[in-house]
Design a protein around this ligand. Structure first.
Ligand SMILES: [Zn+2]
Length: 302
C-alpha cells in the first residue's frame, strides 16, 4: 500500500491543532531570556528534563502532550519591558486572574523529545494582555503555543483564583492509564482511584486526591476544558477517557510525579491481571490505616 502524500498527513495534523510539524523552526534574532536569569533557567531546564522522561516512558509520541508553567515570578523589569515578537492572539476565553501573567508554553506541533534538547526553540514565553483574553509571545522565538492553550490557561486561572501555589499543568498520554480508561467499570465513580490506590501504599501517599474522570470529549473543545476544570477542583490528576491525563503541580516535576505514581499502579494492576487473575489489592481497612497514620491530605495542600 502506498504512503499517503505528506500534505494529507499535515491536514490530519492540523485538525488536531498541530498545523505543520515540518515547518522550520523560526530563527532567533535576540539573545535568550534565560541569560543571567538562573532561577528562570532552572525552571525551564526542569521542564526540559521532564519532557525527556515523557519521551522515554513512551507517553509522548510525535507531538503528543502539552505543558504550561507560570513563570511570572521570574519576570524582572527588563522582561516586562520586552516588546512582543508575535502578533496579538486571542485565547478564546476571558480569564481575569491571568492579567499581566507570564507562562512558558510548549509549542504546537513540537515534540517533547526535541523540547528536552532545546526548550526555547520548542516552546515560548507568553504574556497575557490587560484584556485577559489575548496574549503575545515575548521570548525567545515566535513559537505558537500548544493548541490546548485555552484548557491549560483555564486551569492556571483557577489556580490563581483560588490562591494555589501550584504553577504547572501537564497533559500527556500515559499508556497504562489510557488503557484502563477503555474499560467502562473503571470510569464509574471513584473505581479507578480505588483500584490504583490499592496496588501499593505509596500510590495513596503520593496521589492522595486520586484521579478524576472526564468522559470522552473532542480534543481542544470547550466541553473538554470545562469538564477538566470541574474535576481538577478535587483532584491533582484528571483522566481524559480514551485520550490521556491532565495534571497540575507545584512545578512540572510535581505534575509529572503525580501522573507517574498513578501510572505505576496501573502497570502493577495489569501485570497482576496478566498472571491470570484479578489482583487482591490492599483492603479498605489497610488503605484507611495509611490515610490515618500518614495524615494524608483530602484537598490540595496549597
Ligand atoms: Zn493528547
Amino acid at each position: 500500500m502506498s504512503q499517503p502524500p505528506l500534505a494529507t498527513n499535515v491536514n490530519v495534523a492540523a485538525k488536531f491543532g498541530c498545523p505543520n510539524i515540518n515547518q522550520p523552526t523560526p530563527q532567533t534574532n535576540m539573545k535568550t531570556i534565560l541569560e543571567n536569569r538562573p532561577a528562570l533557567k532552572a525552571v525551564i531546564y526542569q521542564i526540559a528534563e521532564v519532557t525527556g522522561y515523557l519521551w522515554q516512558k513512551g507517553w509522548a509520541e510525535r507531538n503528543g502532550g502539552n505543558i504550561t508553567v507560570n513563570v511570572t515570578e521570574f519576570m524582572d523589569d527588563e522582561c516586562k519591558a520586552m516588546s512582543a515578537i508575535s502578533e496579538v492572539k486571542p485565547i478564546g476565553m476571558t480569564l481575569p486572574y491571568l492579567k499581566g501573567k507570564y507562562f512558558y508554553c510548549k509549542g504546537t506541533g513540537k515534540r517533547m523529545r526535541d523540547l528536552a534538547k532545546e526548550p526555547m526553540q520548542n516552546g515560548s514565553i507568553i504574556r497575557i494582555l490587560d484584556d485577559c483574553a489575548s496574549y503575545e509571545v515575548i521570548a525567545d522565538v515566535n513559537v505558537v503555543p500548544t493548541s490546548e492553550l485555552p484548557t491549560h490557561l483555564a486551569l492556571q486561572n483557577y489556580l490563581l483564583e483560588t490562591g494555589s501555589c501550584y504553577k504547572a499543568t501537564l497533559h500527556t498520554h500515559p499508556i497504562e492509564l489510557v488503557a484502563m480508561s477503555h474499560i467502562q467499570r473503571f470510569l464509574k465513580g471513584d473505581e479507578m482511584t480505588k483500584v490504583l490506590w490499592s496496588m501499593i501504599p505509596e500510590t495513596l501517599a503520593f496521589a492522595p486526591l486520586g484521579i478524576g474522570i472526564v468522559p470522552y470529549a473532542l480534543p481542544s473543545s470547550v466541553a473538554l476544558a470545562e469538564a477538566t476544570l470541574e474535576q481538577i477542583k478535587t483532584h491533582d490528576v484528571v483522566m481524559w477517557e480514551k485520550h490521556g491525563t491532565v495534571a497540575v503541580g507545584k512545578d512540572i516535576m510535581d505534575a509529572f510525579d503525580q501522573t507517574d505514581v498513578l501510572c505505576k499502579a496501573a502497570n502493577i494492576y495489569m501485570c497482576a491481571r496478566s498472571m491470570g487473575s484479578e489482583p487482591d489489592g490492599m483492603t479498605t481497612a489497610q488503605m484507611k490505616e495509611v490515610q490515618d497514620v500518614f495524615n494524608l491530605p483530602k484537598s490540595r495542600p496549597c
